[in-house]
Design a protein around this ligand. Structure first.
Ligand code: SAM
Length: 241
């Protein structure tokens, strides 16, 4: 039997203070911004630089762990938002379709293979208890060469975040998310970047992304002209997490 890749992490890494079903916690509407305006803009700029918003070539994009805002500067023609709260998802003005789906209960989504041109997951990867399984499925539903982007900051719902996220530095979180991609398989080598200026007030915005493997040439952009700063994760250019 294959070894569970989540076992590569220390015991208890994926446990949470609140182990109740996520349906309970997310039953309450939260029409709030989870990061500040600067970080939201950094997310939108990164999506644009990676060619996955409406100004690029991506047509069909999946926004995982979504809510009422998806942060695209220009939304892609088809944006499917997947999350836990139906009222938040139906209020998402950039979405063309939505799906309520608990990725912690079932990391496999109902989409066909190679269905999407790209996928995003904003400020939410830290809530997944089986992130490697989720990314494995994302590699199935995104076409070869399509970028898959996880962004995160330093805020969270403390009872729902995995315990492993708490005990590590922001830089180490980039490494952890990079390891998720590597252990999932089916991706090019992940890249990481701090997308907001280092050591400034406001929410930091980190990104880790990779392309789905199998394209003649990997299509995930390098975002090397992004407004990034050097934190050891990146020196303006994307770096290996
Ligand atoms: C901090 S919010 C971020 C929302 C949105 N991505 C944003 O950038 O504003 C976390 C989101 O993750 C979603 N989420 C949490 N647990 C989930 C799960 N088990 N399956 C799917 N989505 C989940 C929730 O619906 C919630 O909208």
């Amino acid at each position: 039997m294959d070894r569970d890749p989540h076992d590569e992490f220390p015991a208890g890494f994926f446990r949470r203070a609140d182990e109740a079903a996520d349906t309970e916690f997310y039953a309450d509407d939260r029409f709030v911004a989870h990061i500040d305006d600067r970080a939201i803009r950094a997310v939108g700029l990164l999506y644009k630089q990676l060619g996955i918003d409406g100004s690029g070539s991506a047509v069909r994009v999946l926004d995982l762990m979504s809510s009422w805002i998806s942060h695209f500067l220009t939304p892609p023609p088809e944006l499917v938002v997947l999350g836990m709260n139906e009222r938040e998802l139906t209020a998402n003005q950039q979405a063309s379709a939505y799906l309520v789906h608990d990725l912690n209960a079932d990391p496999v989504t109902p989409f066909p293979d190679d269905h999407f041109d790209a996928a995003t997951c904003c400020v939410s990867i830290d809530y997944l208890v089986r992130p490697i399984d989720v990314l494995r499925d994302v590699a199935r539903v995104v076409r070869p060469g399509g970028p898959v982007v996880c962004t995160f900051s330093n805020r969270c719902f403390p009872t729902k975040v995995i315990r492993g996220w708490y005990g590590i530095s922001e830089q180490m979180r980039c490494h952890v998310v990079g390891q998720y991609f590597r252990l999932a398989g089916g991706f090019t080598e992940p890249q990481a970047m701090l997308c907001t200026p280092a050591n400034t007030p406001g929410d930091p915005l980190y990104a880790v992304w990779a392309a789905v493997a199998g394209a003649p040439e990997a299509a995930a952009g390098t975002a090397d002209d992004a407004a990034a700063a050097d934190v050891g994760v990146s020196s303006g250019d994307a770096a290996a997490p």
